[in-house]
Design a protein around this ligand. Structure first.
Ligand SMILES: *Cc1c(COP(=O)(O)O)cnc(C)c1O
Length: 386
């Protein structure tokens, strides 16, 4: 017990438990040679749309593809500006840039680590001018119209979507959800008086099935969710070289399809996702109890409108590095999501943000530490971590 190593992530156990089912799915793919598209992909798209309570799901090659295609299909064009947060995975802004738009940031809420709607409103009201003809905001920073906002449901908890959607409506912005860490997360919408799933509240939502996500493939995979038929049609074309019919290309697209073997994997695993998410919720509760006594540790906050799925369990400590080394010496795996806010990444030097541009994101990036968190994590393991 005292020498027990606890990995940050265990991707082996869940696959061993499902090995027979996964191998027989793989065998069917081999024997039918249905590798791209086909009934398994369509079956998964049907199941995942149902899971997210949306009309359409379109399987794509990765979460990055999903974000890029969702933004393009929702109508983001080259020369525009898209607002997101600085504390996310780089893919969020890569997808924005790859549409030809420029990313711009607003800071986060220090309690939830997600987009602060007050700062979004403030940015639109004080850092943008209204274009007289269209009523659209023009960013003073980029000189370009702001057309969309990408809230990131970070760590498995949804952003404050009612507020974000209301602000977006006022300023004529499209909302595309980065739900890559939030498969099954829920938000109580006062506007709709209902619990809403991640990926069902914006014009479109983007999911990643990278192996370490709550729903992970055995390789690369992703999906777009939407209630908008036209967006679904566009994403289907974008993922498949812009063709609606084989060799009839209506637009120039991409090679961004979901392959049938990965679709089969996530389809099998989707049946277990609700249970796995519940196990993660139990783990988060137990961490909450075990760590409550430790005065120096800031625990995750879950507002009453949120049912998080705890993709990662992030605590904060003033001397994060010391804590990380200490836990590492005891054989306890940790990670940092993420050590450098996007606006300070070397790749975005040309955007011209400096140290101090987003104080909350920058402070949090110095203090956060992700503890081991997965559905199969055992109470004894959590006790040892604590
Ligand atoms: C994983 C992730 C992505 C990208 O997904 P890929 O499948 O790796 O392309 C995008 N945004 C966030 C917040 C993520 O965690």
């Amino acid at each position: 017990m005292s020498t027990m190593n606890i990995p940050f992530l265990d991707l082996v156990t869940p696959h061993l438990q499902l090995e027979q089912e996964l191998v027989s799915m793989f065998r069917n793919s081999l024997r039918s040679a249905a590798f791209i598209g086909g009934p398994v992909v369509e079956g998964f798209e049907h199941d995942f749309a149902q899971f997210c309570q949306v009309k359409h799901c379109i399987g794509v090659g990765s979460g990055t593809d999903a974000l890029r295609f969702a933004l393009m299909a929702a109508g983001v064009r080259a020369g525009e500006t898209v607002i997101t947060v600085p504390n996310s995975f780089m893919a969020t802004t890569e997808a924005i840039t790859q549409t030809g738009a420029v990313p711009e940031f607003v800071d986060i809420d220090e309690r939830t680590y997600n987009m602060d709607p007050g700062k979004l409103r403030h940015h639109l009201e004080t850092q943008c001018d209204l274009e007289p003809k269209t009523g659209r905001p023009i960013s003073r920073r980029s000189g370009r119209p702001v057309t969309a906002v990408v809230p990131v449901h970070l760590y498995g908890q949804m952003a404050d979507m009612d507020a974000i959607v209301a602000i977006a409506e006022t300023h004529k912005l499209m909302v595309v959800e980065d739900a890559c860490q939030a498969h099954g997360a829920e938000y109580f919408s006062t506007r709709e008086n209902a619990w809403k799933k991640a990926g069902s509240m914006g014009k479109a939502g983007a999911f990643s099935f990278y192996p370490g996500k709550n729903l992970g493939a055995c390789g690369e995979a992703g999906a777009v969710t939407t209630n908008d038929e036209e967006i679904a049609v566009q994403v289907r074309m974008l993922r498949d070289h812009g063709q609606q019919k084989k060799y009839y290309h209506l637009i120039e697209g991409y090679n961004g399809r979901l392959d049938a073997i990965q679709a089969g994997v996530v389809r099998v695993k989707l049946r277990h996702l609700n249970r796995w998410n519940q196990q993660r919720q139990k783990c988060a509760e137990l961490y909450g109890k075990l760590l409550a006594e430790l005065a120096d540790i800031i625990l995750p906050v879950e507002p009453s409108w949120s049912r998080a799925v705890h993709h990662v369990y992030v605590v904060r400590h003033a001397d994060r590095e010391e804590l990380r080394v200490y836990l590492g010496d005891k054989g306890i795996g940790t990670a940092i999501h993420y050590p450098i806010p996007i606006h300070l990444q070397k790749a975005y030097q040309q955007l011209g943000y400096g140290e101090g541009s987003f104080p909350v994101s920058e402070k949090v990036a110095r203090e956060i530490l992700s503890l081991p968190m997965y559905a199969h994590l055992q109470p004894e393991q959590q006790q040892r971590v604590a």
